[in-house]
Design a protein around this ligand. Sequence first.
Ligand code: GDP
Length: 465
Amino acid sequence: MLDHDSASPLDLSDTIVAVATAPGRGALAIVRLSGPRAHSIARATLDRWPDAARRVVVSPLRDASGAELDQVVVTRYDAPASYTGEDAVEFVTHGGSVVSATVSAALVARGARPAAPGEFTRRAVLNGKMDVLQAEATSDLVDARSRAAQSLALRQLDGGLSRRVLELRSQVVELEALIAYDIDFPEEDDGPIAPARIAAAADGVIGALERLLATSKTGELVRDGALVVLAGAPNVGKSSLFNALLGESRAIVTNIPGTTRDAIEAVIDTTDVPLRLVDTAGIREATDVVERLGVEVSGSYVARAAVVLACGDDDDSMRAIGTGLLGRTNAPVLAVRTKSDLAPVSDGALESAKQVLGARAAIAVSAERGDGLSELVDLIQSVIAGDAVADLDAPILTRERHRFAIGRARDEVAEFLDRWRHGDVPAPVAAVHLHDAVAALEELIGVVDVEHVLDEVFRRFCVGK
Ligand code: GDP
């Protein structure tokens, strides 16, 4: 945490350094240096120095005693043309845990300070190289667990969402201007702005904010993946199905009832929305403490699921999971009749499983033979797409922070419209709500109250980014 009593560790006058690559064995590592003294600090450690910005040289890099630490590739950036907007230097060193650490330590010995998590990107924001939404996208790109999350982050990094939020902001500002005109010139010959025009403008903004708000469910699904929970009594074949769907052995398959003690999760990255497949302990009356723990885990997963795969290997176990799920989830349920290789599953059996579970659909699968698996994945995806469709090419809200800000802006404009229509307060008082709506949108991008927003955004960043 920050110690506000000492000099702020986030002082922009510091020159900061960090190893930007993940620790561990690898061919290369990158050490980043940025700040007012980046060039002089770098030069103090190097035998050769690039003679212009964006030039690259290979040079020995030495510690203060003159001992060589590595042969590095040095790239020089001159402010403002760098990631941070400051003078900066990137050193490509050899990989492994020692070399990059000693290079970084040599730069610290020459006057640089180890960077805080996300501090390079924070500086990029403070120097106007990107806004807060783009900074978040940078972090999302690093954390992307699927190709859909990757392309969503890339579009946000490109400023798609920022542009949309700015458009909405101008719409609210225009509305404010209409009201201001109304307030400033109430006695003009032209008369005030037609009330219908103001109401229509406010309605338009509310609608636009609501449409953006409606994308947040999709955004979170794409970023985090849709939780797909396998539920069913022990031994019906959940772990086998989990493994078969993943195409590799991640869960321990066993025929002793109740041995899948805890949840195991894996991500299937096949389409727009990645699937977070979770194998849980069977839902049934717990008989011992460990099993009870497992059951509780499955209960909480089932409650949060985007789709529940209710598994059973015969009519009885299908009914059992139907009872087990009662009242535990609002998510769409798919009835999955397992082990279809052992005995053919009739259409009637599937239909009755669907009825018993109140399921969207029923399907027979065999983990053993691989029958029905791709159909099951398609079914899961169509259920999710049906439930959360937002155009993935349009701007999408991906975080709670976004939803909160857009929701607040929507509420404020609605409140304005309500008060203005009723005329129970003077127009300037009603217009305060528009001002608050603008503030909410500006905070989302990071135009105002930047430090506070940045603290929140960069809390979970990695060092060196
Ligand atoms: P879980 O307790 O629901 O996770 O069930 P498991 O996946 O551990 O499977 C229980 C038993 O059923 C194991 O002996 C598996 O080999 C067997 N089993 C699972 N899936 C199939 C299948 O598709 N066909 C056949 N014939 N046996 C299966």
